[in-house]
Design a protein around this ligand. Structure first.
Ligand SMILES: CC1(C)O[C@H]2[C@@H](O1)[C@@]1(COC(C)(C)O1)O[C@@H]2CNc1nc2cc3nc(N)[nH]c(=O)c3cc2[nH]1
Ligand SMILES: [Zn+2]
Length: 378
């Protein structure tokens, strides 16, 4: 293995356990102040310091290792200084596993009505109260040091899709300068700062972005600017161009992805970490994720279906409740219904990454991928 633990300063040290033949898939272990975690891994999204509808105890029970929170949201409400006064995000939300915070680079553009981007940073209006706000690399890093996550992200611009080549080029170059400013502003030891590769959907810009950020020597790399509505083949093409340029012995984090078919493809290209709102979001409108695709448990077809969502699933919902019961709760607007679909969807994705890791360790990942894709209908 190419253990990274040797270097003192790096906290998100990455030990690659084994490479899978004929693909970039790898099973690794990520060292953080809150534990050593297995990759490939899915990180449940807890945007506002809670993974919607489930408790930290339930997250632990279903095997969550690292969860994601958003600087943009916590900066606006309740404020990152307040979270620091509360003892940091782990204490505030009573989560003793790993936490990764996104820097706000995406949320500013996807949530707040954007005012202006300059070399200095991004001015925007809060989606909460319309107040004028400003984020820069320095402000975003300070906010994340206050939150105290184990892994924090450089402040970047997530280039919209589609984007003109010239705009993608200028924005990517600025994101690299912002990454350098993020590095300089990051003074909290015991916390790993990951850079974020941009480049839009342009192969040459992706390669320049990756090479420039690698030469700045970060302990890990996010791949940004993807899962923004582009066709999946385009996303995979960008991965094929980008991942090989990133150091083998450092973690790669594909931001905002996603569904099991995307996870298995991205793992093949050598991605280690994922996050997405998809499993928790679709759960709240009554859709369950299964290895054959989506099951809209709210549909009338399940009114008298006394089987669990998935008979082979080990989650609390599938072990104890039927589709008929969960459908009844959803139709009756009972909160417990959303909790059960959320628990199932998170367990499904967490268990799916565990199965991928096992397949890699047993050197049968490519057949695992074939079998999965054959039965999964997107
Ligand atoms: C806005 C919301 C809730 O986040 C989801 C989902 O909607 C949605 C909207 O449209 C689809 C594609 C269907 O997925 O895109 C989000 C998932 N994709 C994604 N998350 C990202 C986060 C990121 N963070 C940073 N700092 N930089 C990035 O470049 C970045 C890129 C990302 N791409
Ligand atoms: Zn289940």
């Amino acid at each position: 293995t190419c253990a990274f633990a040797g270097q003192k300063k790096v906290l998100a040290a990455y030990e690659e356990a084994v490479k899978c033949g004929y693909s970039g898939a790898r099973a690794g272990r990520l060292h953080t102040p809150h534990g050593v975690f297995d990759t490939p891994m899915f990180m449940p999204v807890g945007t506002q310091a809670t993974v919607k509808a489930v408790s930290p105890r339930e997250l632990k029970e279903m095997g969550a290792q690292i969860i994601l929170s958003n600087t943009y949201h916590l900066y606006l409400r309740p404020g990152t200084e307040l979270v620091a006064e509360a003892g940091g995000l782990h204490r505030f939300m009573d989560w003793d596993g790993g936490i990764l915070t996104d820097s706000g680079g995406f949320q500013v553009f996807s949530l707040g009505p954007l005012r202006k981007i300059t070399e200095e940073g991004a001015a925007f209006r809060s989606h909460i109260d319309g107040s004028t706000q400003f984020l820069s690399p320095e402000i975003a890093i300070k906010a994340q040091m206050n939150l105290g996550a184990d892994i924090i992200m450089a402040f970047d611009e997530c280039i919209p899709y589609p984007a003109e080549y010239q705009y993608a080029k200028l924005s990517t170059e600025r994101t690299t300068r912002w990454a350098e400013r993020s590095q300089k502003a990051h003074t909290r030891s015991g916390q790993a700062l990951f850079a974020i590769v941009q480049g839009g959907m342009y192969q040459d810009l992706r390669r320049v972005s990756a090479n420039d950020l690698v030469s700045l020597d970060f302990p890990g790399y996010g791949i940004g600017g993807l899962s923004v509505g582009e066709p999946k083949p385009v996303m995979y093409e960008m991965l094929e161009q980008t991942v090989p340029l990133l150091p083998e012995n450092k973690p790669r984090y594909l931001m905002g992805v996603g569904t099991p078919d995307c996870l298995v493809e991205a793992v093949r290209y050598g991605i280690d970490m994922f996050d997405c709102v998809f499993p928790t979001r679709v759960a709240r409108n009554g859709t369950a994720m299964t290895k054959s695709g989506r099951l809209v448990v709210k549909n009338a077809a399940y009114a008298k279906d006394f089987l669990p969502i998935d008979e082979n699933c080990g989650c609390y919902a599938c072990q104890n409740f039927s589709r008929a019961y969960i459908r009844h709760l959803l139709k009756a607007d009972e909160i417990f219904g959303l909790r059960l679909t959320t628990i199932h969807n998170l367990y499904f994705l967490l268990d799916f990454t565990k199965k991928m890791r096992q397949a890699i360790l047993e050197d049968r990942f490519l057949s695992f991928r074939e079998e999965f894709l054959a039965q999964y209908c997107k």
